[in-house]
Ligand binder design. Structure first.
Ligand code: B3K
Ligand code: ZN
Length: 863
């Protein structure tokens, strides 16, 4: 049926112990000579050799030095089959490929003056023949030859072994990767690169050179990323006891890159937006994102590279685990509460919607058609949340013991989620079979809690029900193991420490749910307590408890857990926006809570800014059965106007009082001050049609963080002077593609249906670069994902534009095109006429998409 099934896994019939590659690099035509050292699997003798190879021009093929006669092999453009091989042998092939024509940016491609690779998941087969599957893990020897002037730097995986001039204008470099490494982690980079560099010694005593490479004009903006590599390396030594294992660690920044970055062994290749930064061109959020992506890729060296995947169904084994690790890194280095808020915002806005929509899938899918479509928020973010569930269940110390065991037992191997769970089961002595269900079942569980207080006896009962909704292909769900934290407050606001009677394990304010229903009972309480749940969002669930508005407001002040204080304010806002009877009361309570926060000089300003940022459109849309886009956006804008009016003086006063702190460079305090000042500015601009403050902040120069938010205020509120400010910004950064993406993103997200016309205008201009993924995301991705009023425009024009771009980009870069299609994942819940218009736009794509990526998504969307 066109699917690959988890249940069909077979070990490879042939192993590759060593891959020797020689590249004659040239953008127009590169010749790749490969020598694969092959051994048949002892359990499967006599099988033909089958190698992947996508669209390769085969120049020669031989085995053990003997050219192969035509009858011995077949190459159909996708797969090379060689018959009559037995025992260990060496297969040598030469192929020609064309990097310059490679717009999909998979395999070997050109980006500006660089030649680069991207192989995960199945790009290596576009470079040369290989068993392109993660459980085939040769050691590698790579020789690069190229014109020295055009390609002065030649990088590959592993350690540099030798280099020499070839006398004819060319030079060559030889690299060796001694670690068993699957082809998806292969990488080379060549071109006029320059670097920043740092030498350090690992905790095991290995001397390592870290380099961050970029095109010469970008090198001054690589310093921050270099520091981030060192911080990640040290953190992994300390928190997980994992050291780096090569003599060099190279990072390369590229302007054309489909994803964020790639963890190739010893040679990470990055989207330039996650490397290049200085205060004049990058926002504080950019700096933090760079640090976290740099850490993510570095941390893959153990969770992904040293221990890799048996097959692509295990993808979350490296991605969920590495997201968990990188969020812990950020939480340890900065504010744990703020990191948790950032993660949960993303989860609720995007992963919950994915898990409830047409593209929902388990963290370990049972089948797929195109693996590229499974690099999702579910695999990454929900996968990380599941690891966090495990961490909460067993505690940090036992978790660390389980990780040590996992790394020790699987080092150099291709592992499965069972291997991971088994290591943790051994280390903790727990039966984790119930926990494992998280990986198999799609959908966000709901935990509904009902309280009952008996005045006479003082008995307080919580009845806790869990349920997971049906998802495509999974109508019935089983209960999950959910660690639920709780706190009871008494009338004085003190924590009630008595443990309840329970039909589930309870310890330290945490109950382990595993059945559809559990009951907790406290006896003889003096008054009706007020409960709070899921502190720190330890379980990735939707929690339902029927709070009154005054209870939410009281808890928002009482809760010890900072994450929950923020979350309670979010709940008040949701109530104000979506509640029927108590919307007005919720608005008042929310306004009071925000007033207190703004007046609290002791609160972290960045935390206050997070509380001012109400739930976004996607988060709200996820909470209603049918989405009335214009109504929802309208109500949210009204609420913001009303709140801004209530707080105007406090907003002004915080804006001014934080001015000095905001000038202190990249310190945490300065970032925090800028975050709250920018939040205040956005609210104040609602009230001032002249946008004086925003214009002043824009004109004052300052950091990119300050300028870009001022510009957004001007553009999004259509203030006088907005156009000239935009023009000034545009001209000042005309040669910088990353900053250009920023203003293009602002134009595309102006909260007005007419933003669609501006997007069309930009697509007809020289700013439109359909082959550059960042530009496509800045313009079309922003429209589809971050501009509900324009994307869902009443005339259906937003859907039509996105659909036509999906069709146009499908042959250029199928992964980028398929990502855009994901914006339709919730279309069945959109109110009419949008639902019908969306269906029409999707139906219009039928038969027009050539790529497996696009076809697979379209089929699932319309199923
Ligand atoms: N592993 C890569 C993602 C590759 C995506 C291929 N379509 C980046 C990361 O998660 O670290
Ligand atoms: Zn990753």
């Amino acid at each position: 049926d066109g699917h690959v099934h988890l249940a069909d896994y077979r070990a490879p019939a042939w192993r590759v112990s060593l891959a020797e590659l020689e590249f004659e690099l040239d953008p127009a035509a590169t010749v790749v000579a490969a020598r694969l050292h092959l051994s048949p699997d002892a359990d499967q003798p006599g099988q033909p050799l089958e190698l992947d190879g996508e669209g390769l021009e085969l120049l020669s093929i031989s085995v053990d030095g003997q050219s192969l006669p035509a009858g011995r092999f077949v190459y159909d453009g996708h797969r090379l089959t060689v018959h009559g091989l037995s025992g260990d042998c060496e297969l040598a092939t030469r192929v020609r490929i064309h990097p310059e024509n490679n717009t999909r940016l998979e395999g070997l491609y050109r980006s500006g003056s660089l030649l680069l690779t991207q192989c995960e998941a199945q790009g290596f087969r576009r470079i040369t023949f290989m068993a392109d599957r993660p459980d085939v893990m040769p050691r590698w020897r790579i020789v690069l030859r190229a014109n020295r002037e055009a390609f002065p730097v030649l990088l590959a995986n592993g350690n540099p072994l030798a280099s020499q001039d070839l006398g004819d204008g060319r030079h060559e470099a030889t690299w060796e990767n001694p670690h068993p490494t699957p082809a998806y982690l292969f990488a080379i980079a060549a071109g006029p690169l320059e670097r920043v560099s740092r030498q350090l010694r690992t905790a095991e005593g290995r001397d390592v050179e870290i380099n961050v490479w970029a095109e010469p004009s970008d090198v001054p903006r690589c310093q921050y990323a270099l520091g981030a590599v060192e911080r990640a390396l040290r953190w992994d030594e300390k928190r997980f006891g994992r050291c780096y294992d090569l003599d060099v660690f190279n990072v390369v920044a590229a302007q054309d890159f489909t994803m964020g970055a790639m963890e190739n062994k010893g040679l990470n290749i990055f989207n330039a937006r996650y490397i290049l930064a200085d205060e004049a061109t990058a926002t504080d959020a950019d700096f933090l994102a760079i640090e976290s992506v740099v850490a993510h890729e570095y941390l893959h060296n153990w969770s992904g590279n040293r221990v890799t995947l048996r097959d692509w169904f295990q993808l979350s084994l490296k991605e969920g685990l590495t997201v968990f690790r990188d969020t812990e890194f950020s939480a340890d280095l900065h504010s744990r509460a703020l990191k948790r808020i950032e993660v949960v915002r993303l989860l609720r806005a995007r992963q919950f919607a994915e898990d409830a929509g047409a593209l929902a899938h388990p963290v370990r899918p049972a089948r797929y058609k195109e693996i590229s479509n499974f690099y999702t928020l579910t695999i990454y973010e929900k996968g990380a949340e599941i690891i966090r569930v495990l961490h909460t269940l067993v505690g940090e110390e036992t978790f660390r013991a389980g990780m040590d065991r996992y790394f020790a037992e699987n080092d150099g191997k291709a592992a499965t989620l069972e291997d991971f769970i088994d290591a943790h089961a051994q280390a903790s002595g727990r039966d984790l079979s119930g926990f494992a269900r998280w990986y198999a079942q799609a959908g966000t569980p709901t935990v509904s809690i009902a309280a009952d207080f008996d005045e006479a006896s003082g008995d307080y009962t919580l009845t806790i029900d869990q349920a997971t909704p049906p998802t495509p292909g999974q109508p019935d769900k089983q209960p999950l193991v959910i660690p639920l934290r709780y706190v009871l407050y008494d009338a004085q606001g003190a924590v009630i420490s008595a443990a309840p009677e329970a039909d589930a394990p309870v310890r330290d304010g945490l109950v382990e749910l595993s059945q559809a229903r559990h009951v907790l009972r406290w006896r003889g309480l003096r008054g009706k307590p007020l409960p709070a749940f899921n502190q720190g969002f330890a379980a990735p669930v939707k929690l339902q408890f029927d709070y009154g508005v005054d209870e939410l407001a009281r808890l928002a002040r009482l809760e010890r857990d900072a994450f929950n204080r923020w979350d309670l304010i979010q709940q008040l806002a949701s109530e104000a926006l979506l509640g029927d009877a108590d919307a007005e009361a919720a608005t008042g309570a929310l306004s009071d809570a925000l007033a207190d926060l703004l007046a609290d000089a002791g609160a972290d300003p960045a935390f206050v800014a997070e509380c001012l940022a109400l739930p976004d459109f996607d988060t709200l849309a996820e909470q209603v059965a049918e989405v009335d886009v214009q109504g929802l956006v309208g109500r949210r804008e009204e609420l913001l106007d009303r709140l801004a009016e209530d707080q105007v003086e406090r907003l002004q006063s915080r804006y001014e009082s934080l001015a000095a702190a905001a000038r202190e460079g990249l310190s945490g305090q300065a970032m925090s001050a800028r975050a709250l000042r920018n939040a205040c500015l956005s609210w104040l601009t609602r009230l001032d049609p002249e946008a004086r403050l925003a214009r002043a902040q824009f004109d004052a120069g300052g950091t990119m963080t300050e300028r870009i938010v001022a510009l957004r205020c001007l553009l999004h509120f259509r203030a006088p002077g907005a156009e000239s400010a935009l023009a000034a910004f545009r001209e000042a950064h005309a040669t910088d593609p990353l900053v250009t993406d920023k203003w293009i993103g602002l134009v595309a997200t102006r909260p007005h249906p007419e933003a669609l016309d501006d997007v069309r205008g930009l697509m007809a201009s020289t700013w439109w670069k359909p082959a550059n993924p960042n530009r496509v995301r800045a313009l079309v991705g922003s429209l589809a994902r971050s501009n509900p009023l324009a994307f869902h425009r009443r005339d259906g024009g937003g859907y039509q534009l996105v659909a036509s771009q999906v069709a146009a980009l499908d042959p250029v870069n199928p992964q980028v095109a398929a990502r855009l299609l994901g914006a339709f994942e919730s279309w069945r819940r959109w109110a009419s006429p949008q639902r019908d218009q969306a269906r029409e736009a999707l139906v219009s794509l039928q038969g027009r998409l050539q790529s497996p990526d696009g076809r697979d998504l379209l089929e699932r969307l319309l199923d």
